[in-house]
Design a protein around this ligand. Sequence first.
Ligand code: NAD
Length: 467
Amino acid sequence: MSYSLLIDGRKVQGVGRIDVIDPSTGSVFDSAPRADEALALEAIAASSKAGKLWAALGYAGRRVYLHDFATAIESRTEEMAAVLNRERGGPLAECRREVAITVAALRHFADQSLASRVVRESDVERIIEQHYPQGVVAAIMPWNRPITLLSFKLGPALITGNTVIAKPAPTTPLSTLLIGEIAADVLPAGVFQTLADQNDLGALLTRHPSVAHVSFTGSTATGKKVLAGAADSLKRFTLELGGNDVAIILDDADLESVIPKIFQAAMINAGQVCYATKRVYAPRPMLDRVVELLADQAKGARLGNGLDPAHQIGPLQNRMQFEKVLTLIEVTRKEGTIVVGGDVVEGGGYFITPAIVRDLSDDAQLVREEQFGPILPVLGYDDLDSVVDRANASEYGLGGSIWTADVKRGIDIASRIESGTVWVNRHMSLPFDVAFGGAKESGMGLQNGVQGMEDFTQRRIVNVALD
Ligand code: NAD
């Protein structure tokens, strides 16, 4: 299939091509057009121009467009899921779920609005709080969940009256370009545009004075560059960055029911999810059993191309990440005991068997850093105070989970974890009406929920004297 960029309502072939690799085979399977600086500037100008009309439509007008957009994406679910399976890898059912979440997010936000609010009213004055759109939003995306993560920006930003330029990661451009091609038929020109690049346009979007808001999801290291770039023109920004989420198992947990859920939370998308469980802490007397049950899960997991419904775990998404995880595995072999997994599956794709690791110190690289791959450390703890301290001894603070038979105890411990979201007896539930965001170096700003919409608006106070 031939893909296009979407710029000012036109399907554009760009200035060159980027090879797109299927991580299940390690071979090029397609290519994407790429934009250069001139096309990016054209998109920014078109986005500014479209903003006036889009904002003037009001919530009622924009709602209709967003519902049409969601329905048009839904009608191409199979095509979209197939593209996701090829470019990002993973089970086809998970790819279909990614499309379904994208559609549901757009529908949810299509039905929202931010009403003006009278803050104070008396005989002598009336003070009203309003929200107006910020303008051009640059949505800069990672490769692990290309379109779901985009929909968490697109829905709230568009319904509140902003226009959006999406820049996918260079290794997963196709699903975003497809969303753009669908948008070409349903949205007014310039309201949504797509710019694929070879990792060279992010900085321009981050610094350009006509971009009002940079909504970035990606690594903490790049997030810091975005923050520096946005400073020059005091842009609004959202940073959704890396994590090192804990799963803390309490001594009353029913391991037989809890362990499969923790394994799933750690190995979903081969561990390449910001909110994946990245460290497991178990009471010392339960450590052997926890390791044994997690290892059983790892041994039973079926790895391979997601086109086969029997396969539950897909590949690492790109060669760079594959090599990074392999290097981490080599370091981990010296620092602890890999009980199971950590092996490359021969055959060309970027598959690594899920690994369970024990006997690591808190200083081990796998404990301190975000692995973003299928390798999970399990650590013992002696008392709850110390495990809370160890959970919090991280520069990250994205999510985390507590596993217990006693919900009250779970909430008590959750309330001591320094992160944006803490789940009890579940992991990674992200309802659209609940805001999420990272503490510490996991991010700034919020997505989803009312606050996620507010973050794409400027608050205006209208202060009236009546006397
Ligand atoms: P990355 O930081 O390497 O790239 C993300 C995007 O930034 C890409 O589109 C890239 O082209 C662009 N980019 C590169 N240099 C830039 C610059 N100087 N200015 C602006 N943009 C630039 O991240 P990745 O490897 O694609 O994604 C993995 C990371 O994303 C992990 O750390 C993961 O935890 C994080 N992530 C966070 C969330 C969240 O919601 N908190 C969600 C998914 C992924």
